[in-house]
Design a protein around this ligand. Sequence first.
Ligand code: 6MZ
Length: 363
Amino acid sequence: MEEWCVSMPKIELHAHLNGSIRLTTLLELAKALTENQKGAVNISQVEHVIMKHDLSLTEVFQLFDLIHNVITDHNTVTRITKEVIEDFASDNVVYLELRTTPKRNDSIGMSKRSYVDAVMEGLRSVSSVDVDFIPNTQDSTSLSNLPIITNENSRKIIIVRLILSIDRRETTEAAMETVKLALEMRHLGVVGIDLSGNPKTGEWTTYLPALKFAREQGLSVTLHCGEIRNSKEIKNMLEFHPQRIGHACFFEDEHWIKLKSSKIPVEICLTSNIRTFSVASIEVHHFACLYKAKHPLVLCTDDTGVFSTRLSKEYKLAANSFGLGRWEMLELSRNAVEYIFADNGVKNDLRIFFNSVANNMEV
Ligand code: 6MZ
């Protein structure tokens, strides 16, 4: 089962770039900080937090602040992006929507644009696998070059698209800047906008003008929804009808009814939800109920570094906890093709690709 979870092709739609940092890289970067830079970071604290198994949601956001203090320049952003892509590809993720919050840091001459350029540079610098990240005018991806299915000897291909995140600490203007940047960078593979950040911070309505503008301009929108108990926000978010939502942990009956009738796909992050105590245990996770109801779902990692997970581990956890077999897992992965934000050319190539994998499996 474990082998199948790794080898089957997978789709990842909810992965935060900096939360997916390799822990070895994080420690290395923290240790390499100059005395000046160290002011903001206490190394022993870094080690302690990284090694801690269960982190409350509050501690997780403290860890993000720490990670952001360590990632101080464009080169580091590029390096982390490269490593994250390599890690997803080695786990046989064939399509990845990577999300990140564009950051401005005047002291080092970093603008939101130059931050995303550094991410792009990371995509370009991967050499161990083929990375397809620029939308193709011919409506096809490098996947269409694959004869049938990948085998151990064929070179790996990963399609990557970017989602730009708005952090709940930002202002309306800063959010609008991110949306404009996403529009400017569409031809470079930016496909959507995400609202994330500490759910205990800010009001999501602050970002409504930017989110509505994104939608009007044809960008897809995904919202972190129901990571904490906030009935009114959940209701209003569902009424906004984003293309997808993430988490959906603290839903009440009226929210489930609304969600199910809306058919909004849910990005499910099992390990993240359990480790942050957003869901009491895997046995009571809402995955089971949504899966049974055939609601659109996709298994995701959230933050592979912070939660020490991989997408194959999430599939294995789902398989062990909810009794899914190899075929059900492949179907789960294949269904996710329908919820991606990339264009129809990519969707078609992925459909063909997954069909060939499924046909091969039946033989
Ligand atoms: C909400 C999260 C998150 O954008 O710097 N982020 N927001 N809930 C979560 N669940 C635990 N996990 C990550 O990646 C890190 C940022 O992603 C968001 C937070 O804003 C975090 O600072 P980037 O690449």
